[in-house]
Design a protein around this ligand. Structure first.
Ligand code: PLP
Length: 199
């Protein structure tokens, strides 16, 4: 998936012409802008922290929300999905490294969280997402990806009805090669495609 935050429409169009089918955004307003430009020609992924009051703007636009991390968000997504008569696919964001600056549930809370989410009919869990810490020695991210893959295996063993572990969303420009070796099937790549971001 191409991460298109802070990338101009022209440049994204080039990426689409080159075969990109899925883009990721971490802000609702940016996602809406891209949706205005490309409509249903591509798939949209919400990859950043999502405020509950903004769910209504993206519920009928995104294919997958990668940042499910709390019950208030579950309830709001479920409510809005129900209004639109759709079932929203999501990934549970896990904070494997325990960094305070990172969003996501601690791994030990994920199982109970999923059990709760199972009560909501308009929301499905399709896998897990994590962000590895930014480190000098990229090899150090491997243990983070290994832990996410292992957690997914444990969840798979349970008999959840609306949850499967088909997707592991992990790996970015710095560490996607290692993430792929550890079982990632969605890498979220921005800078390696579009160059350094200008803020
Ligand atoms: C920005 C971002 C990425 C992409 O990072 P790059 O280093 O540009 O590849 C991936 N995932 C999330 C959640 C992001 O916010």
């Amino acid at each position: 998936m191409a991460v298109t935050k802070n990338v101009e429409i022209d440049k994204i169009q080039e990426a689409i012409d080159a075969g990109i089918t899925d883009i990721g955004e971490n802000r609702v307003q940016e996602l809406e802008k891209k949706y205005e430009a490309f409509g249903n020609k591509i798939n949209y992924h919400m990859i950043g922290h999502l405020q509950t009051n903004k769910v209504k703007y993206i519920i009928d636009k995104v294919k997958l929300i990668h940042s499910l991390d709390r019950m208030s968000l579950v309830k709001e997504i479920n409510r809005r999905a129900n209004q639109h008569n759709l079932i929203m696919d999501t990934l549970v964001q896990v904070n494997i490294s325990g960094e305070e600056t990172k969003y996501g549930l601690p791994p030990e809370e994920v199982m109970d969280f999923i059990e709760e989410v199972e009560k909501y009919e308009n929301i499905n869990i399709k896998g897990l997402m994590t962000m590895a810490p930014h480190v000098e020695d990229v090899e150090k991210t491997r243990v983070v990806f290994k832990k996410l893959a292992k957690l997914a295996k444990e969840i798979e063993k349970k008999d959840f009805k609306q949850t499967d572990m088909g997707i592991l969303s992990m790996g970015m420009t710095n560490d996607y090669r290692i993430a792929l070796q550890e079982g990632s099937n969605i890498i979220r790549v921005g800078r390696a495609i579009f160059g350094e971001r200008e803020y």
